[in-house]
Design a protein around this ligand. Structure first.
Ligand SMILES: [Zn+2]
Ligand SMILES: [Zn+2]
Ligand SMILES: [Zn+2]
Length: 254
């Protein structure tokens, strides 16, 4: 749904070649994804553009929500989850997250903590700790913690029961710990934080992401959370085999 870094691309008041590019793949809203596993709809994060992303991608249902961490670019769109509470018949939407994620939701959206929406059209969340393995009739969602500066991000691996296909989403992290490499090993699709060419204290840069991709050995790897330092066409030609750049609106069928 979104593949941009926290500022988005184009960035406000920037006339660089990427921010002024005509290539639609260089227009990046803030990052979040929607995963469908045997008919189960799982939304991961809600960017500031979440409402517009839902309209663009025709996201019309979700069974539950996972917040990877409480940073503004992942949590800001959560008030717009209100519409999905309506669609659930006026029930609270289940939100799985970390301790830090829960604290942020409580601080930013205190009015949502309720068994059901206060009025029709309001948001209500049931906050739950994301388990290490969420076992569902449609498959399993495994989680692990990824270091992201002063906090940890939830790294997620989806495994669909009917097909056995695996999808790993490791965004917003400085490195991929050994347990996380093992959990995603050989997945059909791996999505990694690949911010920009230059090093960053809390995100992997392109080289670090490519090294992590090689270690994980997924069938195909996509880089996301991209800044305006990355021109889609230019960098697509430079990346190692099996590693590609994600772009807004990208749909992958595993
Ligand atoms: Zn982010
Ligand atoms: Zn720019
Ligand atoms: Zn972050």
């Amino acid at each position: 749904m979104g593949t941009g870094t926290s500022q988005g691309v184009p960035m406000i008041a920037c006339d660089c070649a990427v921010c002024t590019s005509a290539d639609p793949r260089n227009r990046r809203t803030r990052s979040c994804i929607h995963v469908v596993m045997d008919g189960l709809h799982v939304q991961v994060d809600a960017a500031p553009e979440f409402r517009l992303q839902c309209l663009r991608e025709k996201i019309e249902w979700m069974d539950f929500f996972i917040l990877t961490h409480g940073h503004a670019d992942h949590i800001s769109g959560m008030d717009d989850l209100r519409r999905f509470c309506d669609l659930l018949g006026g029930a609270a939407l289940t939100v799985y997250t970390t301790d830090d994620g829960m604290a942020r939701v409580l601080a930013m959206f205190p009015y949502t903590i309720s068994e059901r929406p206060v009025n029709t059209g309001y948001a209500a969340f049931k906050l739950l700790q994301m388990p290490v393995a969420l076992e569902l009739p449609q498959g399993t969602i495994r989680s692990t913690l990824l270091p992201h500066g002063g906090i940890n991000t939830l790294g997620l691996v989806f495994e669909e029961k009917s097909s056995g296909r695996r999808f790993a989403y490791y965004n917003d992290c400085k490195r991929i710990p050994r347990e996380a490499v093992a959990m995603a090993k050989g997945a059909d699709v791996v999505v990694l934080d690949g911010l920009r060419p230059e090093a960053h204290p809390t995100h992997m840069n392109i080289d670090e992401a490519c090294a992590a991709a090689a270690e994980i050995g997924g069938v195909s790897t996509y880089l996301t959370h991209l800044t305006h330092r990355i021109d889609h066409a230019e960098w697509s030609a430079k990346l190692p085999a099996g590693v590609q750049l994600a772009y807004d609106g990208l749909r992958l069928k595993l």
